[in-house]
Design a protein. Structure first.
Length: 163
């Protein structure tokens, strides 16, 4: 019986080792499953954060693009408005120059004496246009026209006195 009891004891130890090994494998399988779940959750959170970050950056870029587009549009409108104002000023100045030349021509003062030499009105207009911006030319030419009218009337009075 002792051999049988020794064999039974060996068998019981082997069975206990087998059961312990099986329990260890189950515990390791549970740990591995938990680690896989944690890793999957971590990946999901990372992907969610990445996708949220991507969506947030996408919204920010859209807002920035919209703001830049708005600024470009406003700048374009402002530039167009300024260009139209400059064009209208130039047109007014051009019309003013023609009007001044006609007034002076009708008054018989197409030339004025400056420092002993003769300078035509178109030279004066050209000189004035170079000196001033288009917006100031109308004022300068009207002053010039008034001065020339005054000079012409003085010259006429002197000619009348001489005759």
């Amino acid at each position: 019986m002792s051999t049988q009891s020794a064999a039974a004891a060996r068998l019981a130890r082997k069975l206990e080792k087998f059961n312990q090994h099986e329990r260890d494998l189950e515990r390791r399988a549970r740990q591995l499953s938990m680690l896989e779940e944690q890793e999957a959750e971590h990946k999901r959170l990372v992907n969610r954060d990445a996708s949220l970050g991507y969506e947030r950056r996408k919204k920010e870029r859209a807002i920035e693009w919209e703001a830049a587009h708005q600024r470009r549009w406003e700048d374009s409108l402002r530039d167009r408005h300024q260009q139209e104002q400059q064009d209208s000023r130039f047109k007014k100045v051009s019309e003013g120059q023609i009007g001044i030349a006609l007034v002076l021509e009708n008054a018989g003062c197409l030339e004025e004496s400056v420092g002993g030499g003769k300078v035509t009105v178109s030279d004066t207009i050209r000189r004035e246009r170079e000196r001033y911006w288009a917006s100031f030319c109308i004022l300068e030419f009207s002053v010039l026209c008034n001065e020339n009218d005054f000079m012409c009337s003085l010259e006429r009075q002197q000619l009348e006195k001489q005759s």
